[in-house]
Design a protein around this ligand. Structure first.
Ligand code: HXC
Ligand code: NAP
Length: 303
């Protein structure tokens, strides 16, 4: 970088981090997950589906649990395209009984799943002062409580069976930094990251590995309208990343399949950030402060 104008972006021909290999490339030996069932919550959309896809390519049987029939249908179609065995189950992860029923169905079909990817989460942009108590509760209930309830169900079954397993909790980097405009989600994700560290120690002796996986900015067509609207305010998202590009959903899939694989057995209690170093950006001076209300195009606060 030779420019001194911070608004000018990279003007000296810097190219950023190289792009990812093409969709379909495999980072692990073929068949790594042959005979293994993998549960992915929220696996019918976006990053969850990308994660399911990479496990399926490596031979896994896939179980997708989420609420909406159209998302479950999308998971079935994606797995059918890969000829991968798939089971979809309607499940709201806020409800422990529904989670137990989903695991019963998974076990009946494929045997006890050896991998759980806690990918489902809830989020919408909202200034903290505008958020209703129920909005806060809803996001925390899905993102933090739901993640714990799924992990608990998985671990109890493995402890009872005396079998090892691997849990991956999908997080967000504002777990460390705070997330202006996303107070509920950031607090919940901080809890999720902390939970990884506790559960990895508690359940390691029983053979259960627990890790976190944090995506940076991974735009995709399933993002909720709220979040897409928020992102649309930044025209060129690539130039705002140190990598000079956003993440490709398959890159998160490769990271997830590595973390739960035999090659990562000694990695536990760790949260892996896949964001091209975006969350590490620091400057001696920062851009002028714009309030969250202004960022979101909202008028003055009205009680
Ligand atoms: C303010 C909102 C709101 C919004 C809902 N609420 N949407 N408040 N702004 N945009 C409030 C409601 O008014 C209500 O409070 C409370 O939240 C619960 O709303 P419901 O619609 O009843 O909840 P529910 O049907 O359970 O749906 C949950 C949901 C919904 C979170 C609101 O958006 C959802 O299902 N989301 C799942 C998908 C998702 O969120 N994906 C994002 C993951 S991406 P009151 O007080 O009125 O009763 C991510 C990373 C983002 O996390 C990083 C981006 C860069
Ligand atoms: P998404 O497409 O909106 O996926 C969210 C999924 O969660 C949906 O499939 C949804 O399915 C499921 N879900 C929500 N509430 C649920 C509930 N109560 N019970 C069961 N399932 C529920 O978002 P995404 O971008 O792929 O996000 C996936 C993960 O990555 C999340 O943990 C998110 O926080 C994290 N993340 C994403 C980004 C990004 O740039 N995309 C950045 C940072 C972190 P149903 O509606 O069918 O229930």
């Amino acid at each position: 970088m030779t420019t001194t104008d911070p608004a000018a972006g990279a003007t000296d021909g810097t190219a950023g981090l190289p792009d990812a290999p093409a969709l379909g490339a495999m980072a692990l030996p073929a068949g790594t997950y042959e005979g293994t069932a993998v549960v992915i919550t929220g696996g019918g959309t976006g990053l969850g589906r990308a994660i399911a896809t990479e496990f399926a390519r490596l031979g896994a049987s896939i179980v997708v649990a989420s609420r909406r029939p159209e998302h479950l249908a999308a998971a079935e179609a994606a797995m059918a395209a890969l000829d991968a065995p798939v089971l979809t189950v309607t499940c709201d992860i806020r409800e422990p009984e529904q989670i137990a029923a989903a695991f019963d169905a998974a076990e009946a079909r494929f045997g006890l799943p050896a991998v759980l990817v806690n990918n489902a989460a809830a989020n919408f942009p909202v200034p903290a002062e505008d958020m209703s108590p129920n909005a806060w509760r809803t996001v925390v209930d899905i993102t933090l409580n739901g993640t714990y309830f799924c992990a608990r169900e998985f671990a109890r079954r493995h402890l009872a069976a005396g079998t090892p397993g691997s849990i991956i909790n999908v997080g967000a980097s504002y777990a460390w930094t705070g997330g202006p405009g996303f107070a509920h989600s950031a607090a919940a994700k901080a809890g999720v990251k902390n939970m990884v560290e506790t559960l990895a120690v508690e359940w390691g002796p029983y053979g259960i590995q627990v890790n976190g996986l944090v995506p940076g900015l991974f735009p995709h067509e399933d993002m909720t309208a709220d979040i897409q609207g928020n992102l649309a305010r930044t025209e060129d998202k690539d130039s705002c990343q140190p990598a000079l590009r956003v993440g490709r959903p398959r890159e998160l899939g490769w990271a997830a399949t590595f973390l739960a694989s035999p090659y990562a057995r000694f990695i536990s209690g760790h949260t892996l950030v896949v964001d091209g170093a975006n969350w590490q950006r620091r400057s001696l001076t920062n851009p002028p402060v714009v309030t969250v209300r202004d960022q979101m195009g909202r008028g003055p606060f009205e009680p």
